[in-house]
Design a protein around this ligand. Structure first.
Ligand code: 1GP
Length: 252
């Protein structure tokens, strides 16, 4: 059966720029949850993002009850910082973004989050102009049951099981995934253990992203010092756009 739709020309510009910064400069990403963002705050948030050195904006969340397109469109009208989708499920896709972190939840054993949702979205994605970056997404136990853990019905990797985290990240790299994302859970009370971040970093060659519980500049510095190439901040600046400025300069 012929597949419908025409494959669009895919760029890998964003991924190449991540690779080119790797080892030279740390990358700061801002996560905006469509459920928590208000249109009135966006201009200040985007301005603060520019001043704080944010080089990527992620849009997504575990629970999103409305289309993400209006938020993405508004962001694209306000900034040239790349806007990447960070979807909790295929309902959070839209063409207006620059790209997509195509997350495969490799820490879990739920086939829908490993490959099922990807199969559902594949033809849509082939037609879209979104740059697609396949990411090995790993939930790491971090004091609370995260929304991602609950919604995906998977277990996080215990924070003391560094060997499991390293093996999982290695397997993701061997499968051809282009980045590994260690997720401590949105709104977690603190960062995942720096020792675990360091162990994973020492064993993979692809860029390492770390998020969850980064609440201040010291947390961010610890995550970078442990080896993260990119850090993601969400909750710390919700309803506090100018709070982003606290993170300025930590990427240098
Ligand atoms: C969640 O890693 C991100 O997916 C960000 O977490 O909201 O705790 O910053 P926070």
């Amino acid at each position: 059966m012929p597949l419908s739709g025409v494959a669009s020309e895919k760029s890998d510009m964003i991924y190449q720029s991540i690779l080119s910064l790797s080892g030279k400069k740390k990358i700061l990403a801002l996560l905006i949850d469509p459920e928590e963002s208000s249109p009135e705050e966006l201009p200040l948030l985007v301005q603060s993002a520019g001043e704080a050195g944010v080089s990527m904006i992620l849009v997504g969340g575990s629970l999103v009850s409305q289309p993400v397109a209006p938020l993405v469109r508004a962001l694209k009208g306000l900034t040239t910082i790349p806007v990447m989708l960070f979807p909790g499920h295929p309902g959070q896709l839209c063409d207006e973004a620059d790209g997509l972190l195509l997350l495969s939840l490799i820490s879990g054993r739920n086939p829908e989050f490993l490959i099922g949702n990807h199969v559902n979205a594949a033809r849509y994605l082939r037609r879209s102009t979104l740059e697609i970056i396949p990411v090995g997404y790993m939930l790491i136990e971090n004091k609370i049951v995260s929304s991602a853990e609950y919604i995906s019905n998977t277990r996080s990797i215990p924070s003391g099981k560094t060997d499991l985290a390293v093996s999982t990240a290695l397997a993701g790299e061997m499968l051809g995934l282009k980045m590994i994302y260690l997720e401590g859970g949105s709104g977690a009370p603190g960062i995942i253990p720096p020792e675990l971040i360091a162990a994973v970093k020492q064993n993979i060659k692809i860029p390492l992203v770390v998020g969850g519980g980064i609440r201040n500049a010291l947390d961010l510095k610890r995550v970078y010092d442990a080896g993260a190439d990119m850090a993601v901040i969400g909750n710390a600046i919700e309803n506090n756009a100018s709070g982003l400025l606290e993170f300025a300069g930590v990427t240098e």
